[in-house]
Design a protein around this ligand. Structure first.
Ligand SMILES: Nc1ncnc2c1ncn2[C@@H]1O[C@H](COP(=O)(O)OP(=O)(O)OP(=O)(O)O)[C@@H](O)[C@H]1O
Length: 255
């Protein structure tokens, strides 16, 4: 579990996070949504320890980040996996070299053990014939699977995903969402996803926080987001006619 307690962050005198308090649960896909510029990426970077908030605290399974020593912070970072927007694979490395990279970098495990783990995670993300391929030789959806395999290869307790669906067709986007969701539950990971994808919100939003101008305007589940009367949320989530109709049908079904 990650607990965020009243964090504030400014750039050049402009406040971009204005006192965010929330918690991201273990074994759940936690989503951060909100308009462009609302502070989602800055919040994820704070969770990753890449940005230090000026005020407030973040704790990871009870450990307050600002109270940790340098070594403890390094250990904590090794418990974090990250899926970057656009996958961020190394072009000159094969799929298996990409996935092995974090283990090569941070552990001294024997090569055979690392290879077994790489084989296991690649199988888990349903990539069995791509080990020797280079990123340019596989599809965008496969690249995302490689990025997920790399993010989980070190058995993370925390998984952060920045727009994991961007650039994917709707069907592949759903497969990637489902894969992240399954892995989160299976390995009891605290997953936090920054997304614009309303389908993800509806399908895997076990906990959603909605940011507006650096403030947490709303939080709840994918079931509750159908029912909320919060105007900022409904204007954002149900901005398309299709989603307005879906919401109307849901409300009518319940009445
Ligand atoms: N390193 C930085 N220096 C100065 N300003 C920054 C920096 N990082 C973010 N900002 C500003 O903070 C605000 C929030 O940015 P952030 O990237 O978190 O938005 P976002 O909600 O992730 O948007 P998007 O959905 O477009 O990615 C923006 O006004 C942005 O310009």
């Amino acid at each position: 579990m990650i607990e965020v307690n009243d964090i504030h962050k400014s750039f050049d005198g402009t406040k971009v996070l204005k006192g965010i308090t929330t918690c991201f649960d273990k074994g759940k896909t936690n989503l951060i949504i909100g308009q462009s510029g609302s502070g989602k990426t800055v919040l994820i970077k704070c969770l990753l320890g890449l940005i230090t908030p000026e005020e407030g605290s973040i704790s990871y399974n009870g450990k307050v980040y600002s109270e940790l020593s340098g070594d403890e912070r390094r250990d904590l970072r090794q418990e974090m996996g990250m899926v970057f927007q656009g996958s961020a694979l190394f072009d000159s490395m094969t799929v298996e070299q990409n996935v092995m990279f974090p283990m090569d970098m941070f552990t001294k495990k024997p090569k055979s053990e690392m290879q077994d783990r790489v084989d296991f995670v690649l199988k888990r993300v349903n990539l069995v014939d791509a080990h020797k391929k280079f990123p340019a030789e596989i599809s965008g959806g496969m690249q995302k699977r490689v990025a997920i395999a790399r993010a989980i290869v070190m058995h993370p307790k925390y998984l952060f995903c920045d727009e994991p669906n961007s650039g994917l067709d709707p069907k592949t986007a759903i497969l990637i969402d489902n894969l992240i969701h399954e892995i989160t539950e299976e390995y009891n990971i605290t997953t936090v996803i920054n997304t614009h994808d309303m389908n993800s919100v509806m399908e895997i939003g076990k906990k959603i926080i909605f940011l507006k101008n650096g403030i947490k305007e709303w939080e709840g589940t994918n079931k509750e987001i159908f029912k909320t009367d919060n105007k900022a949320v409904t204007d954002f989530v149900y901005s398309s006619d299709l989603f307005k109709k879906v919401r109307q049908m849901y409300i009518e079904e319940r009445n």
